[in-house]
Write a protein that binds this ligand. Structure first.
Ligand code: N01
Length: 553
């Protein structure tokens, strides 16, 4: 296939990709390999997506490093060695920069450019894409690789603009080092970002105040240097290991027991939980088969974690405050930490419950809750993201009927397979709502989506057709299935970002697909094998404009 980069001179591409994280980088590479004329726009000053922005102290992956890496290149797998069991943000960012260099991706990436709109033109069957730098280009296909957790969300407190100290959001952390030495620091939020950063900030700050609205379940990472044995095993057997991983429900290498938590004697159950706790990370989730389906089973695991918290935290009142009670274990993403609970034994750390004693305003010198005032030099918002839909909704995406995607999704996101949207032909989303995405090893899901999209584009090009669009019927059926599967689990019981519950006014609907990666992958393969079942394939446009475009394939 010829390299069609020269088409970029005319501002007319085959494919425009938005976002240069794990998804966008591989998508770009694949498109180029297949000979498509492609341009990638990225808002950041560098590549890396999530790993470019989330530079807060302690930022680290909660999936093991050897698994959280691309599989598409044998050479890349051989030459890259991870240093720790769970990679830190700087190491993952180095990896992604290495990938961009190694595959010479930068020549088709325009950095510091935010896509502001994408408008579909039905006559030419193309998208017009505009950016905040004044670019206006057209592309037959527009691929949103915008990430699931990319739009940071600040709580709406009055007075933030009056604060005289520095404030930060974990999802948009400065690129220069931040030094909290000798400072009184407040952290708002105790999700994964808060739980990773709190132990690190506590080591620097003169005093750390943790403002907690909802305690979360956290399990120890048991992180450490990647042992030579694991490293060598992975290098020698990665193809086989990756194949095994793709057969697992979350595409994460944890052992899944087929047993019910309720079918084993208490002592045996405790032994299993203890073993999983010592193993670290998501191992706990595979301890018994019914943990996410049966509240009683889940309670046994939740009780175990609460008992661990009581064992680690010396002040029983603080341990009680740190113990989650109002949602089942893992129905909010379980956090994976290093030294989180023990941090509350430090003299310089105070936990403040802001559920019954809410934060009322940020003041010039700190913040005020209903009951007290706190003097602070710096404030850290670890308050999360407008997840899964936020980054798509902030681009004005106008489809075939002229309606925007935001309008279409006012009652929650609707997609077919999390990949495409009825009314928005030739627009693809990598790891979109309705796909396993955040409930799987993201890199496995991303590679699967990139390859599915690439195959689809080749199919279209080979047949000389204009493109394809998901049908409303296929989308309705898929969303009904996504909801039905979610409702078989305990997940909808939590006010989680999976449910859109963390953003005031956002429709509550379970957004990711929890039917498991293998089932999902099978469904996608069936759709393809049946000639893109659930999609309408566009017949070639025989107008003069259409003929000219067809000739450009
Ligand atoms: O965000 P979150 P996150 N007043 O939404 C609190 C991934 N990730 O950035 O629960 C007071 O989980 C909020 O309280 P509540 C991972 O998938 C992965 O931590 O709404 N508090 C909550 O405690 C993760 O799940 C890693 O009551 C307020 C916190 O802020 C996802 O990103 C690392 C508040 C937000 O927690 C998001 O994690 C980091 C308010 N007004 C993130 N508003 C890895 O390990 C919000 N909060 C790979």
């Amino acid at each position: 296939m010829p390299d069609r980069r020269s088409d970029s001179n005319t501002g007319a591409f085959d494919v425009v990709i938005v976002g240069a994280g794990f998804s966008g980088l591989y998508m770009l590479h694949r498109m180029r390999e297949l000979g498509f004329a492609v341009r990638l726009y990225e808002a950041g000053e560098g590549v890396g997506g999530t790993w470019f922005w989330n530079r807060y102290p302690g930022a680290r992956c909660d999936i093991e490093s050897v698994e959280y890496s691309y599989s598409f290149s044998e050479e890349l797998q051989r030459e890259w060695q991870w240093s720790e069991r769970y990679a830190s943000q700087p190491e993952i960012l180095r990896y992604l920069n290495h990938v961009a260099e190694r595959f010479d991706l930068h020549r088709d990436i325009q950095l510091e450019t935010r896509v502001t709109s994408a408008t579909f033109d039905e006559i030419g069957y193309r998208w017009t894409i505009e950016t905040d730098r004044g670019d206006q280009v057209s592309a037959r296909f527009c691929i949103m690789a915008t990430g699931c957790l990319s739009t940071a969300k600040l709580p709406e407190y009055k007075g933030l603009e009056t604060f005289q100290g520095n404030w930060y959001h974990t999802g948009n952390w400065p690129h220069q080092a931040v030094n909290f030495e000798g400072q009184r620091v407040g952290v708002i939020g105790t999700g994964s970002s808060g739980i990773q950063s709190i132990p690190m900030i506590a080591e620097q700050a003169s005093h750390l105040f943790v403002f907690q609205r909802t305690p979360n379940f956290s399990v120890p990472a048991q992180n450490g240097p990647l042992t030579p044995e694991v490293s060598q095993d992975w290098t020698a057997n990665h193809a086989e290991r990756r194949q095994q991983i793709r057969k697992l429900p979350f595409a994460i290498a944890i052992e899944h027991s087929p047993d019910s938590a309720l079918a084993v004697p208490t002592e045996e159950r405790q032994r299993v939980y203890e073993q999983r706790w010592q193993r670290g990370g998501f191992a706990m989730m595979g301890a018994f088969a019914d943990l996410i389906f049966n509240k009683e089973a889940n309670d046994t695991a939740a009780d175990f974690v609460r008992s661990k918290i009581r064992g680690i935290v010396s002040d029983p009142a603080v341990a009680q405050m740190l113990s989650p009670r109002d949602f089942p274990l893992a129905t909010k993403r379980i956090c994976v930490d290093t030294g989180y609970y023990a941090t509350f034994n430090r003299e310089n750390v105070t936990l403040i419950d802001v559920r019954d004693n809410p934060i009322e305003e940020i003041t010039p010198t700190g913040l005020r809750t209903r009951d007290a005032e706190y003097a602070l030099d710096s404030l850290v918002f670890a308050s999360g993201f407008d997840a899964m839909t936020g980054s798509l909704n902030r681009i004005e995406i106008r489809g075939r009927t002229g309606a925007t995607l935001k309008q279409k999704w006012a009652q929650g996101p609707r997609t077919y397979l999390g990949l495409m949207i009825a009314g928005f032909p030739n627009l693809f989303v990598v790891a979109g709502p309705g796909s396993p995405s955040v409930l799987s090893n993201m890199v496995v899901s991303i590679e699967h989506h990139v390859e599915w999209i690439a195959d689809c584009l080749v199919y279209i090009r080979d047949r000389g057709i204009s493109g394809l669009e998901a049908t409303e019927a296929a989308e309705d059926e898929w969303i009904a299935h996504v909801n039905a599967v979610a409702n078989m689990t305990l997940f909808p019981l939590a006010n989680s970002w999976y449910m859109g519950a963390n953003v005031p006014g956002k429709t509550r609907i379970f957004m990711p697909y929890i039917g498991g990666f293998p089932n999902y992958q099978k469904k996608c393969a069936e759709v393809t094998a049946r000639g893109y079942e659930g999609f309408v394939l566009s017949i070639p446009d025989r107008s003069a404009a259409g003929a000219a475009q067809a000739a450009s394939w």
